[in-house]
Design a protein. Structure first.
Length: 170
């Protein structure tokens, strides 16, 4: 059992808080575990580590008013699911990441989430869904008046069309 200072519970102030890592540092250590397992190609173990961390991290970060910090865990677990062939679950985690990024107005993560969801749909041969994600990306770029991302949409559309043209049966 971890000492009180190392647990997520903040109901008791530790006497010597500086001698122990903060809750954000503890979260970071557990997040790093999943990331390192993923980098080692141990996708099942990485997914399990991230799935153990996710509910606790979600609860604690929400209570701390820092829910946006969970985006890394969601990215990692989506990648684990992708590597394990569970593409539907990967999409669910990416959509949660997208919602959190939108609420936090983290534009870079919003664009990246739309992009990853588009690629995922494309890889599942769900072209209408892929185009829908790209359309949402474009609408977001228009709403943000982000000319760089609006140009990127055109590039992504051209690449998507090129990949579709190269598919057998087309």
């Amino acid at each position: 059992m971890l000492p009180a200072e190392m647990r997520w519970d903040e109901s008791v102030r530790p006497a010597r808080a500086l001698d122990f890592p903060s809750q954000m540092q503890i979260l970071g250590v557990y997040e790093d575990e999943g990331y390192l397992l993923h980098e080692l190609g141990q996708f099942r173990a990485a997914r399990q580590a991230n799935e153990r961390l996710l509910p606790v991290a979600r609860e604690r970060l929400k209570a701390m008013g820092k829910l946006q910090q969970i985006r890394g865990v969601l990215t990692n677990i989506a990648q684990n699911c992708y590597e394990l062939g569970d593409l539907n679950q990967a999409a669910i985690y990416l959509q949660e990441r997208l919602q959190i990024a939108q609420a936090a107005q983290d534009h870079a993560t919003v664009y990246d989430s739309y992009f990853q969801l588009m690629v995922l749909a494309h890889e599942q041969k769900q072209e209408p869904q892929a185009r829908q994600w790209l359309a949402r990306y474009e609408q977001y770029a228009l709403n943000q008046k982000d000319s760089k991302q609006q140009t990127r949409v055109k590039e992504l559309l051209a690449e998507l069309e090129q990949r579709n043209a190269g598919r057998p049966g087309k």
